[in-house]
Design a protein around this ligand. Structure first.
Ligand SMILES: Cc1ncc(C[n+]2csc(CCOP(=O)(O)OP(=O)(O)O)c2C)c(N)n1
Length: 914
């Protein structure tokens, strides 16, 4: 089996020999010198000069020199095609594109001396034989590098200078080699020990990829010397227990107790998760006594879903640690499986975030455990690309392919990747080609589907033995030495195993959910209102920024007029529209020292042209963020237009919120409908994280929602999905109906002794609706109210109509017009549902003939299914009725006419008017 994908038989790609390639490039250069890369321009200039100035023999020599230059280029470019990358592969035949005759050179030229140009690790003049030996050693042994897709000459040179002078070879001293053998021993024996003591348990063994452990060890040792003091690590199931034990030093006793499946103490609470998904953190001290905090982020089974979460977490740590320059102190690293990296869009989305202003993290190290299989799927079935890492080429990341059975080479490129990240601040990839010794899990029979491959694997000695043999051959070790180490390690594991049999240890307190910044945020959810009003002077102070245009700044006059009107209403104690209430909520929090981060598609201006959180000078395009100019000692407002993705961006902002309990972190969907593109993040992190991993988040999701005739994808934020996930006070789901309520809701998020994700159905038409505006005094005092009573109920109501959000205003208008005897309650917070308050309000309308739940959404959607059992319990003796659209497969109609008919009908039905 080969890591290289054969080209599809039906449509062979055009293959140019290097000779033809250079010839065609030469023609291009002749037509337009600027059309070829810079180094080729110099090369062709020199070539022509040589041709024009030399006599016949020297001209021949000049031509040969240029052919040697192309050969050097070719090795740098495609040397990886013949590198020995696959531990199971046989020696790779020479590639025709690298044969001497492909460059117009002959065997007889081997001893001729040439200029070696920029080639490092070799004298300026050398024979072709020496040049070839150097190139093959550097680019065609157990390391294969892809880097010529990088357009920036400086970056390419940097890589060449790192690789060529040392020929991509290690020169580790004996102690380092012994340490490497020890690490391989720990990695292998950890797996075989568990296999012998806990047969039949899933552990997703690392065997076949044990070199991951010395590679990670090399990274955590070197990182503190290169300025990092924190590593945020994301990884899937494969080898995770091994990494926990052998890199993060999670005690063997704790790991074994998880195999025993003993109920966890109260501190852990909840339903928990399988052991190979849990997070953990620890502190590593390197050989120079420099510390590195390592945080392995809890991840779900959904492969690659953790990627953006890791990035968001790293970014938040960078901000908190004042690491926003080069971003060297906090280092994100992602470990991928080959099939998952190639297949999952989230991985590509995350890589695409890597250079964006609001999301960059100074480069991520991607490490691929390329075991050349995904469950039972082989590479030919898993991707259309040659390598699983091709996706990283879109950000011009260098890619180091390396043979997993050469641990020193794996360490070498891992250290190189780390240096690259620390110096150049960009993503980089290590693709460790290896194999999977067992089935997908230990109970799986891999030979059902890959019989030949597994026959080879069965015969393949573990990398520990191969490496030990290498050290014995190098005269550094005797067989007995290494066995002594293995015995000692086994004894240590045995002791841990026996200890757990007697008593399971308490988990490390570091895993406690409410340590550090989260201290004091462990209260359970409470319906107790919290005062979130802000004195009017401060509201005015914040609103003033809306018209404080810097000198010389050419603000768009339409925007200026809109903002001036809004400011006036605050100054005069008038009514505040929704977008102003939002800016006032943000601004007042900033003045209280709480930073705010808002990210989403076009969030700076606002999809509905309502927010204008960032102004753009009409002449210079220069940006200005008024909310960052309230006062000198305020916190920062970070607002970003995101890339056009939901999953990665929501995952990123969720990850950010894990680190920042005292920051209001908001993600906004363009329309709430599109949040389903991020369903994997919602289902795996936002709604269950507290239950699975005891991790809180105060993330706010803003989801524009409301039936206004804009069709199936611009009406419905799928409220029902969030409600279906509600249990154990895990999230808050709100659909406020006034600007004031929204103001208090946002501020409340940071003012209580707990953090819970907040899902808000936000408005579209209500953004500008005067009825949804609130008097300034409503913002100046009070708090968010979970259920709103009817401000002007009829004297003798015959029915009680409950609804949520925008529909209330339409019901109220229709009720008033028809003088219908209906009292209208607004459920502004659907979950956690305030039963006691609901009961109190329902009692006020005791004696009505019926209770109606009214909604705009079709019956199979919206809040009806959620509210039905709650209302039954609330008013068991009163008939209960649904008023809303009929159940529908599509979320909303595409016809404005039908929409209006439906809307009028459901309002009539709710109020029982004709
Ligand atoms: C999104 C998603 N789809 C499917 C699965 C089921 N699944 C678990 S592991 C796996 C194979 C992964 O292959 P690879 O990424 O190469 O990692 P390996 O297990 O080989 O280390 C699959 C399909 C999953 N966990 N996540």
């Amino acid at each position: 089996m080969s890591v290289e994908k054969p080209p599809p038989a039906a449509t062979p790609p055009p293959v140019l020999s290097s000779h033809q390639f250079i010839e065609s490039l030469y023609q291009e250069w002749k037509n337009d010198p600027s059309s070829v890369p810079e180094q080729w321009r110099h090369f062709f200039q020199g070539f022509e000069l040589a041709l024009s100035t030399q006599d016949g023999a020297a001209g021949d020599q000049g031509r040969k020199q240029s052919q040697v230059a192309s050969l050097i280029y070719a090795y740098r470019n495609i040397g990886h095609l013949v590198a020995q990358l696959d531990p199971l592969g046989s020696s790779r035949p020479d590639h025709p594109l690298l044969a001497l005759d492909a460059f117009g050179l002959a065997e007889s030229d081997r001893d001729q001396v040439f200029d070696t140009g920029h080639l490092g690790g070799i004298p300026q003049r050398a024979t072709l034989r020496e040049i070839l030996a150097m190139l093959r050693e550097t680019y065609c042994r157990t390391v294969g590098v892809e880097y010529l897709h990088i357009q920036d000459t400086h970056v390419r040179r940097w890589l060449q200078n790192e690789m060529e002078p040392r020929h991509n070879r290690t020169d580790y001293p004996a102690e380092r080699k012994f340490e490497t053998l020890d690490l391989l021993t720990d990695a292998e024996l950890f797996e075989t020990f568990i296999q012998s003591r806990y047969p039949g348990h899933k552990r997703f063994s690392l065997e076949g990829a044990e070199s991951l452990i010395p590679a990670l060890h090399a990274i955590v040792e070197l990182a503190p010397d290169l300025g990092a003091d924190e590593l945020v690590l994301g990884m899937p199931h494969r080898g995770r227990l091994n990494v926990l034990a052998n890199i993060l030093d999670k005690p063997y006793e704790v790991l074994f107790s998880e195999f025993e499946d003993v109920p966890l103490p109260d501190m852990y609470g909840g339903d928990g998760d399988v052991k190979y998904h849990r997070g953990f953190s620890s502190d590593h001290l390197n050989r120079h006594e420099r510390g590195l905090h390592i945080a392995l982020v809890a991840n779900p089974s959904h492969l690659e879903a953790v990627d953006p979460v890791v990035e968001g977490k790293a970014r938040a740590k960078q901000r908190r640690r004042d690491d926003t320059g080069q971003r060297r102190r906090v280092l994100p690293m992602l470990i991928h499986g080959d099939a998952a990296l190639a297949g999952q869009g989230l991985a590509a989305e995350t890589i695409n975030l890597s250079q964006l202003e609001g999301y960059r993290t100074g480069g991520t190290i991607h490490f691929v455990i390329n075991n050349q299989i995904g469950f039972t799927t082989s590479p030919e079935e898993a991707r259309s690309t040659r390598y699983p890492t091709d996706v990283a080429k879109m950000v011009e990341a260098p890619i180091f392919h390396v043979n997993g059975d050469d641990p020193e080479a794996v360490m070498l490129v891992s250290e190189l990747a780390l240096r690259f990240r620390q110096e150049l601040g960009r993503d980089v990839v290590v693709d460790m080609v290896c194999y999977r010794r067992h089935g997908h899990n230990e109970g799986d029979e891999p030979a059902f589907t890959q019989p030949l491959l597994y026959e080879k694997i069965r015969k393949r000695p573990p990398v520990r033995l191969l490496y030990k043999q290498r050290l014995v051959e190098e005269g550094l070790l005797s067989n007995e030495d290494s066995e002594r180490r293995a015995m000692a390690f086994k004894e240590r594991l045995e002791a841990a195993f026996e200890a757990v049999k007697v008593q399971c240890p308490l988990p490390d307190p570091q895993e406690h959910a409410y340590g550090g910044l989260w201290q004091g945020l462990d209260a359970p959810f409470s319906h107790e209102p919290v005062a979130t009003g802000v004195e009017q002077e401060r509201l005015i102070e914040v609103a003033r920024t809306l018209t404080n245009v810097p000198d010389e700044f050419a603000l768009n006059p339409k925007v200026a007029r809109q903002l001036a009107r809004q400011r006036e209403s605050v100054d005069n104690g008038g009514r505040v529209l929704w977008p102003v209430a939002e800016l006032l909520a943000f601004g007042t929090l900033l003045t209280e020292g709480s930073p705010v981060r808002l990210s989403g598609q076009d969030s700076e201006r606002g999809t509905f042209s309502q927010r204008h959180a960032v102004w753009h000078d009409m002449k210079t395009q220069q940006a200005y963020i008024p909310l960052n100019h309230i006062r000198d000692d305020q916190a920062r407002f970070c607002v970003y237009n995101s890339m056009l993705s939901e999953a990665a961006v929501l995952g990123f902002d969720y990850g950010y919120s894990l680190t920042e309990p005292d920051m209001l972190v908001l993600w906004e969907a363009q329309f709430g409908d599109f949040a389903n593109g991020a369903q994997v993040i919602i289902d795996n992190f936002i709604t269950p994280a507290m239950d699975k991993w005891q991790r809180s988040s105060g993330l706010v999701m803003l989801l524009p929602h409301g039936f206004e005739g804009q069709g199936p994808e611009h009406s419905n934020a799928y409220l029902e999905r969030y409600l279906a996930a509600c249990a154990e006070d895990n999230i808050q789901v709100c659909y406020p109906s006034t600007a004031g309520q929204y103001f208090h809701l946002l501020r409340r998020q940071l003012k209580r002794p707990f953090r819970l994700p907040l899902i808000v159905m936000t408005p579209k038409s209500m953004l500008r609706a005067p009825e949804a505006a609130s008097p300034v005094e409503e913002l100046a005092s009070g708090s968010f109210r979970e259920i709103l009573d009817d401000p002007e109920p009829p004297r003798r109501p015959r029915r009680l109509v409950l609804s949520s959000g925008k529909l209330f205003w339409e019901l109220q208008a229709a009720r008033d017009e028809a003088k219908a005897p209906a009292a209208l309650l607004r459920v502004e917070q659907l979950y956690p549902f305030h039963d006691a308050l609901a009961r109190q309000l329902a009692d006020r309308y005791h004696g009505v003939e019926e209770v109606v739940w009214a909604q705009e959404e079709p019956q199979n959607r919206g809040a009806w299914s959620f509210m039905f059992p709650r209302l039954l319990e609330l008013v068991p003796d009163t008939p209960l009725r649904y008023a809303g659209r009929a159940a529908s497969a599509s979320p909303a109609t595409g016809s404005l006419r039908v929409h209006k008919q439906e809307q009028a009908e459901l309002i009539r039905s709710a109020l029982a008017v004709s």
